[in-house]
Design a protein around this ligand. Sequence first.
Ligand SMILES: Nc1ncnc2c1ncn2[C@@H]1O[C@H](COP(=O)(O)OP(=O)(O)O)[C@@H](O)[C@H]1O
Ligand SMILES: [Mg+2]
Length: 317
Amino acid sequence: MSIALRLTELTKTFEVGKRLIGPPKGRVRAVQPVTLDVTEGETLGIVGESGCGKSTLARMLVGLLPPSSGTIEIDGAPLDNADPAIFGRKIQYVFQDTISSLNPRKTIRQIMEAPLRHLHKMDAAARKARISEIFEAVNLREEFLDRYPHEFSGGQAQRIGIARALAADARILVLDEPVSALDVSIQAQVLNLLARLKAEFGLTYLFISHDLAVVEAVSDRVAVLYFGAVVEVGPADRVFSAPRHPYTKLLADSAPVVGRALAAPEGRETELPDPMNPPEGCAFRARCPNATAVCATAAPPLERQSDGVQVACYNPL
Ligand SMILES: Nc1ncnc2c1ncn2[C@@H]1O[C@H](COP(=O)(O)OP(=O)(O)O)[C@@H](O)[C@H]1O
Ligand SMILES: [Mg+2]
């Protein structure tokens, strides 16, 4: 299997409190160096608490945000920010809240036509045929095309978001909390649709969520993110049943319930460290039952264990 997407030492630091003269008030290290491969045809789940850098990572992958350092490669070719159309034809983003990501003054038809026009230079007849084909694939009625984004329910809006991503004909979709805003029954419909589309169009998914149960259900492999860094990567059926990183265990111990947000068990420290003042060493050590002196020295590197699981921990389980 070939590597569809390769991230190497990708980081993002935001400068906050920018001033006209002088340095900014502070820096937020939203994504620490992340190195990750996504295999063609797989669903890689990315799970982590709110604020751990999931959306920042996703936005860099689709060219919405320039990385501070590091590289993104698709099918072995490096991407740079110079030509957004190159990103658009290869990788697309599905937002958690599709409606607010769409221009409220444009009809769904105009929204669907934009990528066909700009990324694929299709003429009117070809655009019409392609939109019909995609709307059929996502179970949306063509009469919806002449309506505006606010006229849709959450589930319909997510289908539209997925349809728009498919219109670009990209083979990699970055799904950022695609079902988190939906009722559980609608969640299942959208997840089934995503599974069917993946098989039908030969897609590769990066599926981002704070919902452990959803990620476990849809993913082949899971990467666990903590404070902007990948702390564990392994097969979805093993990561939560036999966690190696103490943080993954903490997540898994708060027994997964569909739709429930991640939270630490009662009485445990739940706060993420202050991103403006990141701790020395491992970011998890203040919450970690296995912490030893070495954990304060430097952030542990993500290392492959004998069973193939990757863990960033000096004292893995
Ligand atoms: N534009 C921005 N400017 C400054 N800080 C940001 C910006 N976007 C995100 N952050 C910070 O980066 C961190 C990661 O945020 P985000 O990627 O949205 O996390 P998640 O999607 O996992 O909830 C947070 O501390 C957030 O406050
Ligand atoms: Mg987010």
